[in-house]
Design a protein around this ligand. Structure first.
Ligand code: ADP
Ligand code: MN
Ligand code: MN
Ligand code: MN
Length: 337
């Protein structure tokens, strides 16, 4: 028997962007447990904007586990928040994602490292050299003194945890980075994005750095942060076709406002029509067009309109559960024949 440290992670009730919360439970197992062996737990919802003090218990229902290589016998446990009667709490956006093993998502999470209210590498007063050399750059003057060390450690932590990282890169603004996560199953990539965010925020504590997920932390001629959502269903991958694709895009146009509503706060500051974005009040799609709302990869058209599509509107602080949920809801309105 060994004592395992189970770190229960969940989303709190703050609006418009939930915070990550976690606490540790020690449980003994003979060997590394499976999800079914992880007990439900609870917490004081009155401290997380999820309950009133007079009736404060909320339940934690484990939904995914990840090895935590920073701790001896460490396991990260992702949870849904339930009411005492076992129904989903209203903050539980994961419960709204239709469970479908054949829906796949890939999210491209952009973010800034912040120190004392400014992006890492910004001078105390004024601005550094304008954008140009930072994107995929190398060298102290491009990326600062410790960003790469953190990004590398984060990548290893995520890979150790079984998170399907696909890549990382330095982004266009100084202090800005990206990682990409792919997952098969409608909830998998979203679970992994939240856990990867958790690992990154925790990793930055001793560096006295915060991770800034706001979509436009620096005004002016500095890129904002997105979280492009690449998606495919079994039908899109295996059947597709131009007619179906056009009907799908008509549905995305029709539900434009419903999508924007869950694609992250303050998105009007980022979706301006500049900096590789379409403006927030327009919907369009385009082949290989990075200024479109939805980018259609060349491979999709060349493969008889089969494959995946990229919704470029979701922003860096969006909730991937809400984003996946909305995309699947819109897809479900389009008949597949
Ligand atoms: P770019 O920066 O050019 O938009 P990236 O390589 O950063 O492209 O991201 C594209 C993402 O698309 C990949 O990381 C992957 O997660 C996702 N992806 C690839 N194939 C599929 C698919 N069949 N279904 C859903 N997502 C996919
Ligand atoms: Mn990318
Ligand atoms: Mn990017
Ligand atoms: Mn992209």
């Amino acid at each position: 028997m060994a004592k395992y440290k189970l770190e229960y992670v969940w989303l709190d009730g703050y609006e418009p962007v939930p915070n990550l919360r976690s606490k540790t439970k020690i449980v003994e197992y003979n060997s590394f447990p499976s999800l079914a062996d992880i007990p439900e737990w609870g917490f004081d919802g009155s401290s997380t904007k999820q309950a009133e003090g007079y009736n404060s218990d909320c339940k934690l229902k484990p939904v995914a586990i990840y090895p935590d290589s920073t701790r001896k016998n460490g396991i990260l446990v992702m949870n849904e928040v339930l009411l005492p009667d076992g129904t989903p709490h209203h903050s539980n956006s994961r419960a709204t994602v239709k469970d479908d093993p054949d829906s796949w998502f890939g999210f491209e999470q952009e973010y800034f490292f912040f120190r004392e209210g400014r992006p890492l590498g910004f001078p105390t007063e004024g601005y550094p050299a304008p954008q140009g050399k930072y994107y995929t750059g190398v060298g102290y003057s491009a990326v600062g003194e410790c960003a790469r060390e953190i990004v590398e450690k984060h990548l290893d932590l995520c890979l150790d945890a079984g998170i399907r990282h696909e890549g990382i890169n330095a982004e266009v603004a100084k202090g800005q980075w990206e990682f990409q996560i792919f997952g098969k199953g409608s909830r998998r990539a979203a679970d992994d994005i939240w856990m990867a965010r958790y690992l990154l925020i925790r990793l930055c504590e001793p560096y006295k750095l915060d991770v800034e997920f706001h979509c436009k932390p620096i005004h002016g001629d500095w890129n904002g942060s997105g979280m492009h959502a690449n998606f495919s269903t079994k039908y899109l991958r295996e059947v597709g076709g131009k007619e179906y694709f056009e009907a799908l895009m008509a549905a995305f146009d029709k539900y434009r406002n419903e999508h924007i509503a869950v694609y992250g706060p303050d998105n009007h500051l980022r979706l301006t029509g500049l900096h590789e974005t379409q403006s927030i009040d327009k919907f369009n799609y385009g082949i290989a067009n990075r200024g479109a709302s939805i980018r259609v990869p060349h491979s999709f058209v060349n493969n008889s309109y089969k494959g995946y599509l990229e919704d470029r509107r979701p922003n860096s602080s969006g909730d991937p559960y809400k984003i996946a949920s909305r995309i699947l809801q819109t897809i479900a309105t389009v008949p597949t024949v």
